[in-house]
Design a protein around this ligand. Structure first.
Ligand code: 8YV
Length: 314
């Protein structure tokens, strides 16, 4: 019976599927395994189901041993996976594209609305029981009609974000690896910063995109622009973002992901022009179930000698 090691809780539907393919062990800790614990946990595994906080690399494969056939990452992003190292050891790597597109774009658009309409600030005001009264200048935000949304990374989630923004009357400019067949306008990153009232990040984290939003990028953005990040924290230099907000260049930021997750730059925590959520992009019952089930199907396929559904090629 193949051994399947699951590094943290996953929905029951996925556990049931995995149980048909092998003997399943799910870590019961209420926190991520440390690297040493992870290596001990996967010893002897034929398959590993891991996620965001796990470093899934050559050392993990060595700890699992020669029986390891597949590493299934329960996420579309795979910056936590050393794909060449695993592939070099003959291990198949899979991710979960497609099934979290709408949930993530919904959250990104929700954050965009929250930061431009000052929802967090309003809620904090009420919860602090501060006296308030309606007046025409009270907590004014920024409207979206006729404004420009700049999308960095026009993959499935970037395109889903564009669809939502269009419905709110925004114009879309985007930048990415290549021009696509779309009504949105393909521009350089410089032009995107220059024209966008809101910049939303949807590119993967790679060596090229690490700190893509640094002090210079923040200076290049329109005064009064907003930044939304639902991809990976290290795409933004959080200290530079705090500096830019303190200097009054951009108007605000909405962040679902953090550079040193789960830590958040303390200067951002204290700011009213920043909306924060704890990596909730794909956090719906339906989406998390679909992600885990897709990961389980990938594992079952590889263990049965069939091709995986969504392989990450090196
Ligand atoms: C995941 C994500 O829920 O899929 C991704 O890349 O960022 C999230 O939607 C998270 O990474 C869990 O592994």
């Amino acid at each position: 019976m193949p051994k399947i090691a699951v590094t943290r809780w996953i929905p029951d539907d996925a556990v049931k599927l995995l149980a048909q393919a092998g003997e399943v062990a799910v870590s019961e800790l209420d926190r991520p395994l440390t690297p040493a614990e992870l290596h001990e946990f996967v010893a002897g595994a034929d398959a590993v189901v891991g996620m965001l906080h796990d470093r899934l690399d050559g050392a993990l494969a060595d700890a699992a041993g020669p029986g390891l056939k597949v590493v299934a990452n329960v996420a579309v992003g795979y910056d936590n996976v050393d794909v060449p190292a695993l592939a070099g050891r003959g291990v198949v790597v899979t991710n979960t594209p497609g099934v979290l597109t709408d949930a993530t774009a919904d959250l990104a658009f929700g954050l965009l609305l929250a930061v431009t309409r000052r929802l967090g600030e309003g809620e904090r005001l009420l919860r602090s029981r501060t006296p308030w009264s309606f007046h025409l200048g009270f907590l004014l935000g920024s409207g979206l009609q006729g404004k420009t949304l700049g999308i960095v990374g026009f993959g499935q989630i970037g395109r889903a974000m564009a669809k939502r923004a269009e419905a709110f009357g925004m114009s879309i400019v985007y930048t990415g690896r290549s021009k696509q067949d779309t009504d949105a306008e393909f521009v350089s990153l410089e032009e995107l910063f220059d024209r966008s009232d809101v910049v939303s990040l949807h590119c993967p984290l790679t060596p090229e995109t690490r700190h893509l939003i640094d002090a210079a990028a923040l200076r290049a953005m329109k005064p009064g622009a907003y930044l939304v990040n639902t991809t990976r924290g290290p795409v933004v230099d959080e200290a530079a973002l705090a500096d830019a907000l303190e200097a009054g260049g951009i108007a605000g930021a909405a962040l679902d992901v953090f550079e040193k997750e789960p830590e958040v730059e303390p200067r951002l925590l204290g700011r009213d022009d920043v909306v924060l959520s704890p990596h909730l992009g794909s956090a719906t019952v339906e989406t998390r179930t679909a992600m885990a089930v897709l990961a389980a199907r990938n594992v079952a396929a590889v263990l049965a000698g069939r091709p995986p559904l969504t392989e990450v090629k090196p």
